[in-house]
Design a protein around this ligand. Sequence first.
Ligand SMILES: [Ca+2]
Length: 501
Amino acid sequence: MIVLLRSETRSGNKCPMYFRLGSLWMAFLAVLILGFGRPLEGEAAGARPLNVLFIISDDLTSTALSCYGNTVCETPNIDRLADRGTRFTRAYCQGTYCGPSRASFMSGYYPHATGVLGYKSPRPQIGNRATWSQHFKNHGYYSARVSKIFHMGVPIGIEEGGHGSDDAASWTERFNSQGPEWRAPGDGETLEGNPDGSRPVVGGNTFVVVEADGDDLVHSDGRTAVKAAALIEAHKDEPFFLGVGFVRPHVPFVSPRAYYEPFLPYEKMVLPEKYPNDWDDIPKAGINYKTSENMKMDLRRQKKAVGGYYASVRYMDAQVGKVLDALETAGLNDSTIVIFTSDHGFHLGEHDFWAKVSLRDESAAVPLIISVPGKEPAVCDSLVELLDLYPTLSKLCGLPAQDRLQGKDISGMLDDPSKEVRETAFSVAPMRNGFLLREKHWAYIQYEEDASKGVELFDLAKDPRQYVNLAKDPRYADHLARFKRALGDKLREVRTNDLNL
Ligand SMILES: [Ca+2]
């Protein structure tokens, strides 16, 4: 009866989607009536398909979130999602900056399978194969994005309000959220490359802090939250896949003044421990592209960078709260899977490194929370990759599986967090020709495919902050040889796919 009622409701829908939705529901009804096949997991007897709300922050390290243990930067809204979902403690991106990471989890392929190592759309490489959101669209879902899901330049692309490297076929509708970024009125300072303080506030990929005048809606993410809330309300009666992309805490660190209060004066911010001779055992290729040294940031500027980043995280968290509230108001908490993550992590001064690209945990690991209606909250320490989202959400929503996808279905972890599906996570930093194989206990990083630019090996159980490179220690020669072989095997596996490139 509920199915019939839903079908009747849809008959009033005049949009072209009606025909696809109508046929989907007719097929579903036929399955129930004829009694062959069991109802798909997301469509248990009489229930509607589960919606997907995918929220992704930009350049967010899990270490900045209170649900991941940060005691200075409070993120109550992301925390409340963690309280009802599964929080993953060992989730890894596949590329340690925006372009390759986003092209990978949206296409379902590793960066070295598609060759999308920069800031382009993966569409030319995947042809007519469906991206993650497109797979849902092809199966009757309304699919929309608000702001940055595929790559967009920040801040320039946000200032312009364009589509960036987006893929039109992935969405029923798409919306951009223009914002002033570094031009926002307020008190701004350029921290990077500005030792004498003479450099004005600038755009580009530059560490800039702006304590901005005005409210949340002055900025891109505030507008993104409003649009996302409106779309949830407008589409609450049909299955939807909604991608919501927040651009903070990506530089410039710009948010309304109120979000800075807990971090003022910046002087009280505590920087990561400075370890003597820390760089001595790091190969040149492993010294990150942004460091305290080459950014010419003294301790005052470093502390302000941390405070400015945290303020951006708090601002983004408040916008996440608005989207979660909209879901609740629409009565969709029981029918919507909510995912929160980031495209990669970020250094906040560990090893005097800043920003992304690095393959250490602060940069290669991501926060990941998946909340599925009816499942118990949990913390899962199993290794997972962002690439796993596409097959996992397809499974949870009862969509057909596709063997060509290079991620794994991790839905079993949502019932039993002790489950494992992989022994290693794989991530790359194409800018440095760097490769990471991360096991639970070990991290192996290699620069160049022939390792000619150096290797790093860390025992995470003894050295969780990755200070001691064991690669040249003869006692670990066996481990090193094993990892070198495993990396070669992994690259061959990644390149064995259906793309015929
Ligand atoms: Ca990013």
